[in-house]
Design a protein around this ligand. Structure first.
Ligand code: HEC
Length: 100
């Protein structure tokens, strides 16, 4: 899990250095899931889409809430209720492990 996150972060860094501006969908865990598709299609327009391992599971809800406000203030279409739910579950399922 930790190594996958690290490899993913490296892939994101490498992608940032090549002419490809976004990490490919396959760089994200479970790339064919609805959650991964929402993340890459809706969360990579203002900035590069973050990896789920960017936050621990309990942190993602607040980030999503803040991003909805960013989308509203820039006139982006908001995520529907169920899209938010699918995305949150995906992010939490692949979130960074909590260090105890
Ligand atoms: C309308 C533009 C916009 C969209 C679309 C957007 N973001 Fe952001 N995002 C921002 C801005 C601006 C910042 C920097 C300020 C901040 O952190 O609030 C940011 C920062 C972030 C950060 C880094 C800060 C932190 O708290 O870790 C994460 C992670 C993030 N966004 C996730 C997402 C996710 C997930 C989505 C899709 C639901 C998304 N963003 C869609 C504008 C956007």
């Amino acid at each position: 899990m930790r190594m996958a996150g690290f490899a993913g972060a490296m892939a994101m860094l490498l992608a940032a250095c090549s002419e490809r501006p976004q990490p490919a969908a396959r760089d994200f865990p479970d790339p064919d899931s609805a959650g991964a598709k929402l993340l890459t299609s809706r969360c990579g327009t203002c900035h590069v889409a973050p990896l789920p391992s960017a936050h621990v599971a309990s942190g993602w809800s607040a980030v999503l809430h803040r991003m909805q406000m960013r989308m509203r203030s820039r006139g982006y279409p908001l995520l529907a209720e169920e899209e938010q739910q699918v995305l949150l579950e995906y992010l939490q399922a692949h979130a960074a492990p909590v260090v105890k």
